[in-house]
Each structure stands twice: as C-alpha cells, then as structure tokens.
Design a protein around this ligand. Structure first.
Ligand SMILES: [Zn+2]
Length: 210
C-alpha cells in the first residue's frame, strides 16, 4: 500500500454526467468510478494530501464537436491547425447538466476545479496543456506553488483525458501515477493500448489501485 503525504495530490479527471452512462459521450461503466473516487479523495484528505477536480468545459461552437464541421461524423479524425483531432458528439457544454459533475461525486475537500477545453478553437484532453501540447492551463504552476510533487490520476476516460494528464505531469517533472481501477476507458481504435505505450515512455507508473 502506498503511504500518502502532504506533497501528494489526487487529480480526479472529468467525472461528469456526459461521460457517464446516459450522457452525450458516455464511457462504458463510467459511473463505476464515482464511489472509488470518493474513497480515494477521503484517503488523500486523511493523509493531509491534496485533491483537485478537472472539468471538461466547452463552448457550444467547440472545434472538437463533429456538429461544427459540416459533413463530419463523431469519432472521425480530422486535421486542425494544431494537429490531429478526434471529433466527438457535442458534450460537456458550459452550463449544461451534462457538464456537471456526477451527482454521486462527494469531494467537498477539493481545493481547485481546473476547467479545460474552454477555448473554442482547440481541445484540451490534458489537465496541463491544450491539445497543441504547449498552451498551459496553469495546473503545473498551481502544483508547484502548493508544493505537490507526486500526482495521482483517476477518472474518465483512461485513454484520453486521464492518460494525457498523467503523461504531461511526468513531462512537467512531477512523479506521476495513473490509477486504472478508478478510471474507465473509451478504447476507440486501439486508443487504450496506444495510451499505455505513451505512459510507459513518459515514465508514468500505472497501478490498478493504491
Ligand atoms: Zn471534451
């Protein structure tokens, strides 16, 4: 069992209605992470460690929505100025019920909600960088100022926002751990295996649970 301390941070990624069953971009079994995330958050709090949340938060005209590209279909990949982008059904639109956290998520101790994907022309899978991989969200600065050095990631979806966040955390110099047991994957065209390979290259520790 991992011993947690005050320099550890739990990052709970995108546990929102649209990524849970019944949502616009539902991840199979996505709501199963809710009680696991709650338990993790309580353990981190008891150890004096930190807890933050990320929230996918798009304007209605967002570039990642298939609806905003005439003739395009959801889950198709297109080329945008910053690189390849998978197109998604419209999801997590700012201010809608789909963008709200799952009602069962019980993490009042979270000190920060990091919203991402709010720039209309660029998507943001990672909690640290936009999908151009160099426009920062500010989360690395927050972690450094708060003295967090080891970051644990869980949530939705394993192979997109959780994996890109964990990978960028390692690249930013943090010790990075992805907890697969409290995450669920979309697994689109082999995306889970591809994500696990990138995580290994980046030096991210992948564990089922702590
Ligand atoms: Zn999104």
């Amino acid at each position: 069992m991992v011993t947690l301390c005050a320099t550890d941070l739990l990052v709970l990624v995108d546990i929102q209605n649209d990524f849970c069953p019944g949502g616009a971009l539902a991840v199979a079994d996505g709501d199963a992470v809710v009680p696991l995330a709650n338990d993790l958050a309580r353990r981190f709090q008891a150890a004096g460690a930190g807890v933050v949340l990320t929230q996918d938060w798009h304007p209605p005209g967002h570039a990642s929505f298939a609806d905003n590209h005439p003739g395009a279909q959801p889950f198709q990949t297109i080329r945008l100025p910053y690189g390849e982008q998978t197109l998604w059904p419209a999801h997590c639109v700012q201010g809608t019920a789909g963008a709200e956290f799952h009602a069962g998520l019980d993490v009042p101790m979270a000190s920060l909600v990091m919203r991402k994907g709010f720039r209309p022309a660029i998507d943001s899978y990672s909690a640290f960088f936009e999908n151009d991989r160099h426009t920062p969200t500010g989360l690395a600065g927050y972690c450094r100022e708060r003295g967090f050095t080891r970051l644990f990631f869980a949530g939705l979806a394993t192979d997109f926002c959780v994996a890109f966040s964990a990978e960028d955390a390692a690249r930013a110099g943090f010790t990075s751990v992805l907890l697969t047991g409290a995450s669920r994957a979309i697994d689109l065209n082999g995306s889970l295996d591809a994500a696990l390979a990138r995580l290994a290259l980046a030096g991210v520790t992948v564990m089922e649970r702590i």
